[in-house]
Ligand binder design. Structure first.
Ligand SMILES: C[S@@+](CC[C@H](N)C(=O)[O-])C[C@H]1O[C@@H](n2cnc3c(N)ncnc32)[C@H](O)[C@@H]1O
Length: 217
């Protein structure tokens, strides 16, 4: 799953993003997103942060949620809107060009779920802390934080294998985009440290991809 780092290249070509991610992850990300979205109930109010082309937003709306998807990349959002139209979900989803830094505009205790797919790994440490704090603030008590992302493995040999993969892919990505992603360190600890109760954690075999569900107490 460390090939997720290649998503940076795909983001610079939004039209190829969805196909590229599907090929890179061999459909596994679709299954993870389906599982996370299955936690959304009819009439839930959902925020998808760093929504990109809408992979999680669309699924949440298909579950009956009323969704707001935010992202700073207008081209990704254009594709998300087209996808929502095609699925007749445009009444259920509002996509907006907005960064996480603007989350403080959202009302406290107002969402049933906050979703984040391949997004936290794009943030600097202080942005991540801010996002988690804001997610907690805007969720209703009992509301869910649903996360899928790349993480750093704990076991030394897995760390080494992962480090070597990232070295290669990181160089490729940097050549194409002059940016890179950061596999997340201690994500569950950071989430519980922000006041969430962890409900479940699922790691892939390489222990470098996490599917996490947490709840605001
Ligand atoms: C790898 S994509 C994931 C998109 C989508 N969640 C998915 O799973 O397909 C990460 C997205 O985060 C967005 N992003 C990066 N930094 C952001 C920020 N500070 N605020 C909002 N969106 C941001 C990028 O524009 C990009 O669309």
């Amino acid at each position: 799953m460390s090939t997720y780092i290649l998503m940076k290249i795909l983001e610079s070509a939004p039209k190829r993003y969805d196909l590229g991610i599907r090929l890179l992850t061999r459909g596994r990300l679709d299954k993870i997103y389906d599982r996370l979205a299955s936690r959304i109930k009819e009439e839930d109010k959902v925020l998808d942060i760093g929504c990109g082309t809408g992979a999680l937003s669309l699924r949440a709306a298909q579950q009956g949620g009323t969704v707001k998807g935010i992202d700073i990349n207008s081209q990704m959002l254009e594709i998300a809107k087209i996808r929502a139209d095609k699925l007749n979900l445009d009444q259920k989803i509002e996509f907006g060009e907005m960064g996480v830094a603007e989350l403080d505009r959202e009302e406290a205790d107002s969402y049933d779920a906050v979703m984040s797919g391949l997004f936290f790994s794009e943030l600097a440490e202080d942005e991540l802390s801010f996002s988690l704090r804001e997610a907690k603030r805007i969720l209703k008590p009992g509301g869910l934080l649903l996360v899928a992302d790349e993480v750093r493995p704990d076991k030394v040999y897995k760390k080494i294998i992962n480090g070597l993969r990232r070295l290669f892919f990181g160089a490729v990505v940097f050549i194409f985009t002059q940016t890179t992603t950061r596999a997340l360190k201690n994500l569950p600890e950071k989430i519980s440290g922000s006041g969430f109760e962890i409900e479940s954690i699922k790691l892939n075999r390489g222990e470098n991809f996490i599917e996490l569900i947490a709840r605001k107490p």
